[in-house]
Ligand binder design. Structure first.
Ligand SMILES: [Zn+2]
Length: 384
């Protein structure tokens, strides 16, 4: 059973979550909505104001009774930093409690990269984001490439950045950084960005598909990320039993057909120039062979996502990644692949959308990792 202190923290989270969901509210309206007595609300709100989570933003004019002072989440006092370390790039965002991006930075590093190169790049992005701030960020969320051991707080293996193998993530940032550090994996961080700020905001359950050098799924069930680092390996669903060899050692995995690296290699053969990233490719540069390759990729993706549709039947699938820039070619082929391999009764319940976020998605999700402890009704309370 919860003790008094837990109960107090829980009610503070409820107040913050309610205001986040409904915008500015008076104390009386919050008390009514949360079925709490006015005295408790007054005390809890006073503490939340004193700790800079809430601020008074104006007066609510009413026909009868005393006008109520409106409360809103403070925009300035609690800031959160998200860093996304990918294969040759660090992207960072600084957000406030509203999820507004106050600044973003990115910086690339040359490959092959040693540990010092990676650390230097992370530090530069961190310094740029945190320079001249009136308050220090409350936490850092760091997205890392590779397989993570969340419990031990360790990077088990990073295929693209082997310098990170076995490393404790806090060693990537200066020892003097006095901030809680959370780690996350890319597709899960993108799912968090959708959950808090994107297409998943009003959705209890959904799946974010990360289409990059690797292909992963961030699974949200009942507004929580499902599983650890080993869940969501949709890229290693077999779509061709005797097909191409995959980096995992098996044959015919989805990733062996649709990963950005693989697609760039194939497109380079039919285009006049070598492609290193799908970002470099413009729609008007697509010739008939390139279009056919993208259609094939869409079809393979549909077949690869079909088991996920059949097993989870998520109400929403959100696609992330550079491949989605070619949605007009991709989506009809993807839908066809899904229709061939998924059960219609499941597929009819799934809405397919392309994320509205760009390259900042994972960093944004990482910055929001502490949000669960701030706004969630049954978790943590460490931040309040
Ligand atoms: Zn594989």
């Amino acid at each position: 059973m919860a003790n008094q202190s837990d109960l107090k923290q829980l009610n503070k989270s409820r107040i913050l979550a309610h205001i986040r969901a409904t915008a500015a509210q008076s104390r009386a309206a919050i008390a009514d909505a949360l079925s709490l007595d006015r005295k408790s609300i007054t005390n809890l709100v006073s503490e939340l104001i004193a700790a800079d989570w809430l601020c008074e933003v104006g007066t609510q004019v009413k026909r009868r009774g005393r006008p109520g002072t409106l409360l809103a989440l403070d925009r300035e006092k609690h800031l959160f930093l998200g860093l996304h370390l990918s294969e040759n790039l660090v992207q960072g965002v600084l957000i406030n409690l509203h999820g507004e991006i106050l600044s973003q930075q990115s910086r690339s590093f040359a490959l092959p990269a040693g540990l010092e190169d990676i650390k230097d790049c992370l530090l530069q992005v961190y310094r740029r984001l945190s320079a001249d701030l009136a308050v220090a960020p409350g936490a850092i969320g760091l997205v890392l490439p590779g397989v993570l051991d969340f419990e031990a707080g360790r990077i088990l293996r990073s295929v693209n950045l082997p310098a990170l193998d076995g490393l404790a993530p806090q060693l990537l940032l200066p020892e003097t950084l006095p901030l809680p550090l959370f780690i996350e994996e890319s597709s899960r961080a993108k799912a968090l960005a959708e959950l808090w700020f994107g297409l998943g905001r009003k959705q209890a359950s959904f799946v974010a598909i990360d289409l990059g050098i690797g292909i992963g799924a961030g699974i949200v069930a009942e507004r929580r990320l499902h599983g650890g680092s080993y869940a969501g390996e949709i890229g290693h669903v077999q779509i061709e039993p005797e097909g191409r060899t995959c980096a995992c050692g098996n044959r015919g995995c989805l990733e062996a057909y649709v990963s950005e690296q693989r697609l760039c290699q194939e497109l380079s053969r039919v285009l006049p120039h070598t492609l290193h990233s799908l970002r470099e490719l413009q729609t008007e540069q697509l010739n008939a062979e390139a279009l056919a390759l993208l259609q094939e990729a869409g079809h393979s993706l549909g077949r690869g996502l079909a088991p996920l549709v059949n097993i989870l039947c998520p109400p929403l699938l959100v696609l992330h990644g550079n491949l989605t820039r070619f949605d007009k070619v991709l989506m009809p082929a993807l839908t066809q692949g899904l229709q061939e391999a998924a059960l219609p009764s499941c597929l009819n319940r799934v809405r397919l959308e392309i994320s509205q976020f760009g390259a900042e998605a994972a960093a944004l999700g990482a910055a929001a990792i502490p949000f669960e402890q701030i706004f969630s009704l049954d978790n943590g309370f460490g931040m309040l």
